[in-house]
Design a protein around this ligand. Sequence first.
Ligand SMILES: [Fe+2]
Ligand SMILES: [Fe+2]
Length: 274
Amino acid sequence: MRFLFLGDVVGRVGRRAVLDNLPDLRARYRLDFVVVNGENAAGGFGITESIFQSLLDAGADVVTSGNHVWDQREALVYIERQERLLRPINFPAETPGRGVGLFRAQNGADVLVMNAMGQIFMNNLNCPFEAVDRELSSCPLKVGADAIIVDFHAEATSEKQAFGYFVDGRASAVIGTHTHTPTADDRVLPGGTAFMTDVGMCGAYESVIGMDAEEPVNRFVTKIPRGRFEAALGDATISGLAFETDDATGLVTRLNALRLGGVLKPTEPLFWID
Ligand SMILES: [Fe+2]
Ligand SMILES: [Fe+2]
């Protein structure tokens, strides 16, 4: 099966790039399943229901999120009726919405998607290792699902890599999100799980993690807020990870970081071009 995961969509620029390009990417690379992290899609802060719907219409099967999931307060309500929007699974039990779902792919396969948030330099939610472990036990790869994708939303590279090894061989892919900066370590772990510490964002990289640089620079220098953070304008890069699973095992056979457009060096199209 062929998958594409796109990193945090930031603001209008990132949204436009994804909406304009995803239908073509989906057809050209014969993708079976697409996951998009949408936590910054609304002006950099959260995701409205109409933006969520537009990502589905463009070809996303599931939209994941992270620490910004409630920035648009309406998400607390509409997430209950939108099963394809996931919030971190390790929020307290009473939290609206869900952090895991089993979804039918276009080819009929069942794909388990999970969203979990790290604890280092983040709001201290419940233990993500424990929460994901529980789901993997109740829905093991090739028993309960043909493929399992985890969006691990975290700041610390160590925590993300430890998490990768924790589920290696039990999930098809662990994809890091949140830092908005792609790492150069896309690879298959020894047990067959695709891994990338951070997949990067879909947004304008001429910025500070997607925000117009002026106010972040001001705050680092003066320590006094002068204005609001505004999502940066400019050319967008679409950042993602494409990977292919073996139907027999649900593990990954090949993968390729994807970077298109904008100011980052584009990736060489490898397997996903054929
Ligand atoms: Fe983000
Ligand atoms: Fe985040």
